[in-house]
Design a binder for this molecule. Structure first.
Ligand SMILES: C[S@@+](CC[C@H](N)C(=O)[O-])C[C@H]1O[C@@H](n2cnc3c(N)ncnc32)[C@H](O)[C@@H]1O
Length: 358
């Protein structure tokens, strides 16, 4: 689906005008379609081991099809792009109907999924509506994959088959990996990248795990291993080999130099993150409290974005290594440099002699 340029220009114009008069408004919509996930990832709150309890909770609290459509209509007035995730979004029986509705609003869509249920979906129809599928592939090796994601080897095999299906059907997709102490080896020796290419992918997004505050364990690798991984990834980026790393090298350089990603002000306000029950937490999930929680069914985006709790985000630096927060908090120069890097890589592929000068 081509992106509607006029619509995008219109939304960016509105966003910039608001910025000019000192109003912050969201530009990316993130929809966490359901509280249910069929996985058991220890780093994720949706990895809950009590699946019966989770199903009960989801059936009571998840928004209905019509309620999600109402929310999409509101968010589409502001946002140039949306991200559909969860829980596991593809587990909703009305998943395709919701995606179809977003498409009818001309919203470009990135779907984040664990890929384990893609064979239950009409992939050729899905391809008509989504720009990209982000495949959460934390490890490309069965043993560590099953450990990080708390699933059986059969599930790993199913995911591998579904990845093949995406390639066969020419569905644009890339991998996202969360680096924990369970999957360090493949980044240290680069085997993750080689296998990603073998699996038909030419771009990979990475983030170190952001440890949960509601559990008493840490999944972050030790400091020395983190540093070695940063060096290995920076070397990979410099080599200009496939796959392209979607985060700029500065993310890894800063973690190497400062032990964390650096930013002045958290950019969380640029996205509207809607929970499975239609609520938005201001400024984010880390401040989960009824007094910071607003229902997007009852309130407008304007009302929620005028809430006083956004002030918290101006000074909060709690997320130390979470790639998406780091990225949304960077100055535009970081994006420009990243764009130039992508351009240089493309030229390198097609005219290597010119790229030496870039
Ligand atoms: C919450 S999941 C929901 C979508 C879907 N179930 C999936 O697995 O892709 C969205 C993304 O968040 C990532 N994630 C979960 N917990 C995380 C954490 N503690 N730190 C960083 N990323 C995390 C997952 O690996 C996944 O790529």
């Amino acid at each position: 689906m081509p992106v509607d340029i006029i619509r995008t220009i219109n939304r960016v114009g509105k966003w910039s005008l608001n910025r000019a008069i000192g109003k912050r408004r969201p530009i990316i919509g993130v929809f966490s379609l359901t509280h249910y996930c069929n996985y058991f990832c220890p780093m994720c709150p949706f990895g809950d081991s009590d699946k019966q309890g989770q199903i009960k909770f989801a059936s009571k609290n998840d928004l209905t099809t019509d309620q999600w459509k109402q929310i999409f209509d509101k968010v589409a007035q502001y946002c140039i792009w949306c991200i559909v995730e969860g829980g596991e979004p593809t587990s909703r029986p009305d998943f395709m109907e919701l995606i179809r509705h977003l498409h009818s609003l001309k919203m470009p869509i990135t779907l984040i999924t664990n890929c384990s249920l893609l064979h239950t979906i009409d992939i050729d129809e899905l391809k008509k509506y989504v720009q990209f599928i982000t495949c959460s592939i934390d490890s490309v090796f069965e043993e560590s994959y099953c450990k990080v994601r708390g699933v059986t080897p059969q599930t790993y095999q199913r995911v591998m088959q579904n990845l093949e299906m995406l390639t066969e059907h020419n569905v644009p997709h890339y991998f996202n990996s969360v680096i924990t102490k369970f999957n360090t080896r493949e980044f240290l020796d680069g085997s993750y990248f080689q296998r990603a290419v073998d699996l038909g992918v030419n771009a990979v997004s990475l983030t170190f795990v952001e440890d949960r505050s509601d559990v008493d364990y840490s999944l972050l690798p030790d400091r020395d291993t983190i540093n070695q991984i940063c060096k290995a990834v920076i070397d990979h980026i410099k080599s200009k080999k496939d796959p392209q790393i979607m985060l700029p090298p500065q993310y890894f350089e800063q973690i190497l130099d400062h032990g964390r990603g650096m930013f002045d002000e958290c950019g969380v306000w640029k996205s509207i993150f809607v929970n499975g029950n239609g609520t938005v937490m201001v400024p984010c999930w880390k401040y989960n409290d009824p007094k910071n929680t607003y229902s997007l069914l009852e309130k407008s985006v304007e009302e929620i974005w005028d809430a006083p709790q956004w002030e918290i985000a101006k000074t909060c630096h709690d997320c130390q290594v979470l790639g998406c927060i780091w990225y949304s908090s960077q100055p535009t120069t970081t994006f420009a440099q990243n764009y130039m890097r992508g351009l240089s890589k493309m030229i390198n592929r097609h005219a290597p002699e010119i790229s030496k000068d870039i």
